[in-house]
Design a protein around this ligand. Structure first.
Ligand code: PNS
Length: 162
């Protein structure tokens, strides 16, 4: 039986912080299932298909990483996938409150589900998809904060950035 961790998120787009976390997960688990939320309230810049494609391309040489989309409750997706561990990143103290609420809500909905928090490299602790999009849109350089193919995709979506 393979030990699978599910890493859920919006990933709009995937940053180097996410990539770092997934690789840390791969050191602990046999398989990291990146679960991209479909019906988010956040009005994403990239479609689900675009996000799935980009994440699959980033990890094309890393067979432990599997990428799927999901909608509805995370715990239902976990049951369908027969997985019990959720991995989430904790970057800074301000992440804690929201992450703690989600972990406890998921535990209430699915007592079999355990949430494991990992921290990314400290130099990525201020990186977020939201800031990356904002800085790029305003012409700032976000290379080094996102994988090269995400950077190119951002430039195509928001050409004013470069
Ligand atoms: O990248 P994000 O936006 O911080 O990820 C949030 C995510 C996708 C992990 C969270 O919104 C989620 O799990 N949504 C699915 C709906 C759900 O299960 N809600 C109840 C638990 S909070």
């Amino acid at each position: 039986m393979k030990r699978t961790a599910v890493y859920p998120g919006t990933f709009d787009p995937m940053t180097n912080g996410h990539v770092d976390l997934i690789r840390r997960g791969c050191h602990i688990f046999d398989r990291v299932l990146v679960a991209v939320l479909i019906d988010t309230e956040k009005a994403p810049l990239f479609t689900v298909e675009e996000r799935l494609q980009m994440i699959r391309a980033i990890f094309r040489r890393e067979p432990k990483v599997v990428v799927k989309s999901f909608s509805g409750l995370l715990v239902e997706f976990m049951r369908k996938e027969k997985a019990r561990i959720v991995v989430r990143g904790l970057r800074v103290v301000s992440d804690f409150e929201h992450e703690f609420q989600m972990a406890l809500m998921n535990r209430r909905l699915g007592p079999e589900v355990e949430t494991l928090f990992l921290t990314p490299k400290e130099e990525l602790s201020y990186t977020s998809s939201r800031l990356v999009k904002q800085v790029h849109q305003l012409g700032g350089d976000v290379s080094g904060l996102v994988p090269a193919l995400v950077h190119r995709a951002l430039a195509r979506k928001i050409p004013t950035g470069d």
